[in-house]
Design a binder for this molecule. Structure first.
Ligand SMILES: [Zn+2]
Length: 308
């Protein structure tokens, strides 16, 4: 049988990455353009479509199944990106309509965390799973929830924002305007803040979560304590999320999860400690099986496998 192909697009504030993805999850070729030089949608889409055309031509592909897009505030229902704060193109942007002027293939959007979760199901460690949750730890904390093999979008398209569950009322200031969200504690920045608080030093830009991970793996007691605190907070959030959809697994991805033992060991303990007894042993903690530099493209490409 001939291979089929799709296009995955990862829209970031700085760069727009595109990849030609074969059905077995191999990224055949990729390309990118800057995002932040555009202030209008039309020329931006024009240049994206030109890149897609080139990717196809260079690789002898004359037909694609569709275009999947992971974007901040990407709306699955409308095909639009709704007022993304980190984009230089402002307003509600109808990607689907604009792309259809160039190519008559399905165009599917979702936010990047949802795309990552769906990518795990189509191409990664969640293959064949019907129920799982993905937490992505990075600049923020994203999540995607899969129930009955379908990504949960909710009534507005905005489902799966577990990073903005309030963990500590009146806690740390969150970018969403409220206080105490999970992401203010377990994002890369939140982890740095916890470390600095434990160490009694001001937060500076030369301390990052990777460094705190390295220190912990060398046995530094404050770094180890930091990961224990983070594990307790994340473990609580994960255990609470299990009551919502009884997943078979919770997947973790993102830079801070790469620290290994210093996070994962106390995380398993905290998760079990907080888990409601009826779920005991039913939900595993797993690491994403997708490569960090491929997940955004693969997740986006996977979106077109989802039926509207
Ligand atoms: Zn928040």
């Amino acid at each position: 049988m001939a291979n089929t192909y799709s296009i995955g697009i990862d829209i970031g504030g700085t760069n727009t990455d595109m990849g030609l993805v074969r059905d077995d999850g191999k990224i055949i070729d990729r390309n990118n353009i800057p995002t932040n030089v555009y202030t209008e949608l039309k020329p931006y889409i024009h240049d994206i479509m030109e890149c897609i055309g080139k990717l196809m031509k260079d690789n002898g592909v004359d037909k694609i199944e569709g275009i999947g897009i992971g974007a901040p505030n990407g709306n699955f229902y409308t095909g639009c990106v709704d007022n993304a704060p980190n984009l230089t193109i402002k307003g509600v942007l109808n990607f689907e309509e604009e792309m259809h002027k160039y190519m008559d293939v399905p165009v599917v959007l979702s936010n990047d965390a949802n795309a990552a979760a769906f990518g795990e199901m189509v191409y990664g460690g969640a293959k064949g799973m019907q129920h799982f949750i993905m937490f992505t730890l990075g600049t923020g904390v994203g999540s995607g929830i899969v129930v009955d093999g379908r990504l949960v979008h909710g009534s507005t398209g905005g489902a799966g924002e577990l990073g903005h569950n309030i963990l500590i009322p009146n806690g740390r200031q969150c970018s969403c305007g409220r206080k105490g969200c999970l992401e203010t504690y377990t994002s890369a920045r939140g982890i740095v803040q916890t470390y600095c608080e434990l160490k009694g030093v001001p937060v500076t830009s030369d301390i990052n979560s990777k460094m705190i991970g390295d220190l912990a793996n060398q046995g530094d007691p404050i770094a180890l304590k930091t990961w224990e605190v983070v594990a307790d907070q994340l473990g609580l959030a994960m255990a609470n999320s299990v009551t919502f959809s009884a997943p078979e697994a919770i997947f973790l991805m993102g830079g801070p999860t790469k620290v290994g033992e210093p996070l994962l060991k106390p995380l398993q303990k905290a998760f079990e400690k907080y888990l409601l007894n009826i779920y005991e042993g039913s939900c595993k903690i797993r690491m994403s099986e997708l490569k960090a530099n491929e997940v955004a493209i693969l997740g986006a490409a996977a979106l077109i496998k989802m039926k509207k």
